[in-house]
Design a protein around this ligand. Structure first.
Ligand code: FCB
Length: 470
């Protein structure tokens, strides 16, 4: 089906529940009307218009313009042209029945280098939020989805403690400007990626590679988050405040003590590194066994600031990693043969999501309510006769939603699920080749075509509505 803004929302009447392979079982908690089903995007991945209305350069403009950093030399300069097409994109979102939308604000669009507001950039997000409200769609705004203003990187970026204070100023400005329009504020998206991929191995902007940098950048990112939370609370008391962490499931290649320890260290490096400071007010000491000598400089009071109470925690989950001991204090990946993989090469492993959610629930007494803020998969989707038959994605979404249901039944408080992503978009170092959207984007024409997965989700959401509150 090709998207037409005039089309009416997909109705449950288009298919009976029995012949819809997407429909969860009758006893699934996903039928609960207070469980939100949404879609997610991020500014640099969809907006384009990088030189418009006073937007400054971000580290991703610089990085993607550097030869060899992004596949095929792709950049976010045009992306999905969402900056100009936002209104019809929101019509599309609504026509697919999504109940919530997670997007991010581009810091370099809304503030100049002196910290002064950029009215045109702010108006873009205000218009977007107002339109979402008119449509009855819940709004989740991420303040930092990786597009750091380049002028801050020029002064050390996340290696400079001052960036955390600049972030708090930015959070202050946005929550004063947009208060009352945001249901959920998310300070940071995936600080692990910003710190480790950005400063630890250089796969992402700004492209630095030093283990000590990674832990220091992480500390300043978490400090930025902790400084922003009370600011958001003061300026916009009616909204919920949280942060989004990507989490990884590590499984041992054998039952040997060394491999079990390796899997534990994998999860420390991916999960506890972020969640322990946020939820326990301390860094996991095992991290520094894995990476000796990388302890960050932490000032008195920082960990108290970082552990500011949260209203929710966003969890992004994609795959698991099978590991074994490296013979020393670390782990190495052992890719499994014969497992289902996506276009990214990532293993499809829904049990990992269930196990992690249940594990966090046990590990952290102060775990706030959770949202799955990203989950999805890339496939090499093509439009054929106006249709995109992405059946691997349909099965993927169904199985991961079932994993969320299993975690809820085990007692975990999960309030919603956002599919990554609404649109095919700029997939960071992989450029436009990897297609994560439930809506296909033809980058030559900017034509949007909802994939079958979008239609299935839309139908399920419609049938929930028709059933009423369960
Ligand atoms: C996550 C990012 C998101 C997207 C997905 C595939 O790490 O938050 O922007 O790239 O991966």
């Amino acid at each position: 089906m090709t998207y037409d803004t005039a089309a009416s929302p997909h109705s449950a009447a288009q298919a009976t529940l029995d012949d819809d392979p997407f429909t969860p079982p009758q006893d699934s908690s996903l039928w609960r009307r207070d469980f939100l089903l949404g879609a997610a995007t991020a500014s640099y991945q969809i907006e384009g218009a990088v030189h418009e209305d006073g937007r400054l350069a971000s580290i991703w403009d610089t990085f993607s313009a550097t030869p060899g950093k992004v596949l095929a030399g792709d950049t976010g300069a045009v992306a999905c042209d969402h900056y100009h097409r936002w209104a019809s994109d929101l019509d599309l979102l609504a026509s697919l029945n999504f109940e919530a939308y997670r997007f991010s604000i581009a810091w370099p669009r809304v503030m100049d280098a002196a910290g002064r507001p950029n009215a045109k950039g702010i108006a873009f997000y205000r218009n977007l939020l107002e339109r979402l409200k008119e449509k009855g769609i819940r709004t989740f705004a991420t303040l930092y989805h990786w597009d750091l203003p380049q002028h801050l990187e020029d002064r050390g970026g996340w290696l400079n403690r001052d960036t955390a204070y600049r972030f708090a100023d930015y959070a202050d400005l946005m929550s004063r400007e947009l208060h009352g329009l945001v249901d959920g504020w998310m300070t940071l998206n995936e600080p692990w990626c910003s710190a480790y991929l950005g400063y630890g191995n250089g796969h992402h902007a700004p492209g630095l590679a030093n283990g000590r940098y990674a832990t220091q950048a992480m500390h300043h990112l978490l400090l930025a988050h902790g400084l922003a939370i009370p600011v958001l609370r003061a300026n916009d008391p009616g909204s919920a405040k949280g942060i989004v962490a990507n989490v990884g499931r590590g499984t041992p290649d054998s039952s040997s003590a060394a491999d079990v320890r390796a899997a534990h260290l994998f999860e420390v490096q991916h999960n506890a590194w972020i969640l322990d400071p946020l939820l326990k007010g301390e860094y996991p000491q095992d991290l520094f066994e894995l990476w000796p000598g990388t302890e960050p400089l932490v000032l008195e009071g920082d960990l108290r600031t970082i552990a500011a109470p949260l209203d929710f925690l966003g969890i992004n989950y994609y795959f698991r990693t099978n590991v074994k001991s490296d013979g020393g204090h670390g782990f190495v990946e052992v890719p499994l043969e014969g497992v289902e993989r996506t276009q990214m090469g990532w293993e499809v492993y829904p049990d990992g999501l269930r196990d992690l959610l249940i594990g966090f629930h046990r590990e952290y007494p102060d775990l706030p309510p959770l949202y799955i803020t990203e989950n999805g998969m890339a496939s090499n989707d093509r439009v054929i006769d106006g249709e995109v038959d992405d059946r691997q994605r349909i099965a993927f979404l169904k199985r991961h939603l079932a994993a969320v249901d299993a975690a809820i039944k085990a007692g975990v408080d999960v309030r919603g699920y956002f599919v990554w992503s609404l649109l095919d978009n700029f997939e960071w170092a992989f450029g436009y080749e990897r297609r994560f959207g439930v809506v296909h984007v033809d980058y030559d024409t900017q034509r949007r075509t909802p994939k079958r997965s979008a239609e299935r989700l839309a139908r399920f959401i419609a049938s929930r509505r028709e059933r009423g509150a369960a």
